[in-house]
Ligand binder design. Structure first.
Ligand code: PMP
Length: 355
């Protein structure tokens, strides 16, 4: 069994120097020891506080990485336009980075996303274009529309977050090394959900390489995603069916970002929505953390992985964003009833459904 990790009571910085604007404030997020869940499992469970990025989510890192990559390749010049198809957080990250760098930002998104996210994008100056939520195979899918629009403009890029591996590279060069350092290179497992696959592939690849294969990397998946069955069946891609209350995660295909690492995964879990929503409330009640459903799903999977790897194991996951963007849903009694999830919240936690 490993000895306990050294924990510090406050966040420590390598330097007290100021950072360079919005972009300089991305990354270097704390790794939070989740005390109650660790005590319950006898493991040490850590959440990487990506909700503390300046744009509020894990996707700030990808946004900056995608734009920097295009700049380095000479694909975009000052005054240019950045176009992306995104369910929300990448768009928010891109909108911030575009303002900070002086680019225009155009976002195509499925019209099923929360109003909070659409409003925020517009307030950040993005030109938001909601389009019908159709499958990737359909040419009217939001990604294809984004690509087509960018291709018709001059001095414009389609950042292509799903298949542009500059996304996973951003996590390979920042999130992965930070987690490795913050756990002093002693980590038995890392698990997180996937939208583009950038976080899982980038962090997973770095941790696996640095640990010489000792850190197991697992996927956490919502219902309606095909990835768990792809991984557990040894590579069979089934038709997508079902849905989830989580936003920004789950996939119907192997994106190029995930494809760089999918064969290195140790396994996958599907987490039912009942467990994810219960964990949203539990994290608030026991740890004081107000997090979105994908973070909660990740923590459920981290607990499950801790149980598999046994007492004393050290597990890390990603706390992707805060609940602020989803509160009109996650904390509304009416919405919970509409999703058949009212019974997923234990009696003593129902007091938090105040909307
Ligand atoms: N959680 C949330 C809330 C997200 O918006 C996303 C990105 N779509 C993810 C998790 C997954 O991150 P990635 O795209 O790196 O797989």
């Amino acid at each position: 069994m490993f000895s306990a990790l050294r924990l510090s009571a406050t966040r420590t910085f390598a330097t007290n120097a100021a950072v360079d604007g919005f972009n300089g404030a991305i990354g270097n997020t704390p790794l939070i020891y989740l005390k109650h869940l660790s005590e319950r499992t006898g493991a040490q469970i850590f959440g990487k506080a990506e909700f503390q990025n300046p744009g509020g989510s894990v996707k700030d890192r990808a946004a900056l990485g995608l734009i920097r990559d295009a700049e380095n390749k000479g694909l975009i010049k000052p005054g240019g336009t950045v176009v992306e198809g995104t369910a929300g957080n990448t768009g928010i990250g891109l909108a911030h980075v575009c303002r900070a760098k002086g680019y225009k930002c155009v976002i195509y998104m499925p019209d099923t996303q929360s109003q909070e996210k659409i409003d925020l994008l517009r307030m950040l100056g993005a030109d938001v274009r909601p389009v019908p939520a159709v499958a990737f195979e359909n040419p009217k899918n939001y990604n294809h529309q984004a690509q087509e629009y960018a291709e018709g403009l001059s001095n414009a890029i389609w950042t292509d977050q799903f298949d542009n591996v500059a996304n996973a590279d951003a996590h390979y060069t920042s999130t992965g090394p930070e987690i490795w350092e913050q756990t002093q290179g002693q980590l038995d497992g890392f698990v997180c959900a996937t939208g583009t696959g950038g976080t899982l592939a980038g962090v997973g690849k770095y941790l696996k390489e640095k640990s010489g294969g000792k850190t197991q990397i697992w996927l956490a998946d919502p219902p309606g995603s095909v990835l768990t069955s792809y991984i557990t069946s040894g590579g069979k891609l089934v038709e997508r069916s079902g849905s989830s209350i989580t936003e920004g995660i789950g996939q119907g295909r192997i994106t190029d970002n995930l494809g760089t690492f999918v064969n290195e995964l140790s396994g996958a879990f599907t987490v039912p929505d009942e467990k994810s929503i219960e964990m949203v409330y539990e994290l608030l009640d026991t740890e004081g953390l107000y997090l979105g459903a994908s973070s909660a799903l990740n923590v459920v999977a981290a607990v499950e992985l801790a149980q598999r790897l046994g007492k004393g194991s050290r597990i890390a996951t990603i706390l992707c964003d805060g609940a602020y963007r989803y509160q009109s849903r996650l904390f509304s009694k009416k919405w919970l009833v509409s999703k058949g999830l009212e019974n997923a919240i234990p009696e003593h936690l129902k007091k938090y459904s105040v909307l």
